[in-house]
Ligand binder design. Structure first.
Ligand code: T46
Length: 134
């Protein structure tokens, strides 16, 4: 499984850092939604689903967390700990977010508006979904 982690350009100067993200330039899709999670309870695992069509970029803009990516064949764990790094997650990846630091803020840029019908929350259904695409 290929892990696509972007290192966004940092516009740093003597005042500090700034990162700017534009759709189709820094982000490979039209950004239709932005959401973020914070105050995540220690030990909690979030996600545990895949999507039928949604693409996303995850950026831990403060603190740190880990992302487990599973394509049905192999699993990889990616650490997010820098505010200028973005992890691309395509639709057909089972994802799990965990090991959130107390101060973690995980920002997500999404290619579609929220649609519960796009979620695959059952792992066996996810395996059938990826196998059907082969
Ligand atoms: C994903 C991972 C990385 C909304 O009302 N609108 C939204 O846009 C989102 C994302 C969530 N919600 C509501 C639905 C639930 O009542 O917020 C609540 C928590 O959502 P959920 O349990 O889906 O959160 P996570 O952290 O398990 O998953 C989220 C995204 O839903 C998902 O698409 O890939 O982050």
């Amino acid at each position: 499984m290929q892990v696509i982690k972007y290192a966004f350009q940092q516009h740093g100067d003597e005042r500090g850092q700034l990162v700017a993200l534009e759709e189709f330039k820094d982000i490979p899709f039209k950004i239709k939604r932005v959401y973020y999670m914070y105050d995540t309870v220690q030990g909690v695992h979030r996600g545990l689903h895949a999507h039928r069509s949604l693409e996303q970029i995850l950026i831990c803009i403060h603190g740190s967390c880990k992302i487990l990516m599973d394509n049905g064949i192999e699993k990889k764990i990616v650490s997010l700990e820098k505010p200028y790094e973005g992890l691309y997650i395509s639709n057909d990846i089972w994802r799990e977010m965990f090991d959130f630091s107390l101060d973690a803020v995980l920002l997500v840029l999404a290619s579609e508006i929220y649609d519960e019908n796009d979620y695959i929350r059952d792992y066996d259904e996810f395996i059938s979904f990826v196998n059907a695409k082969k």
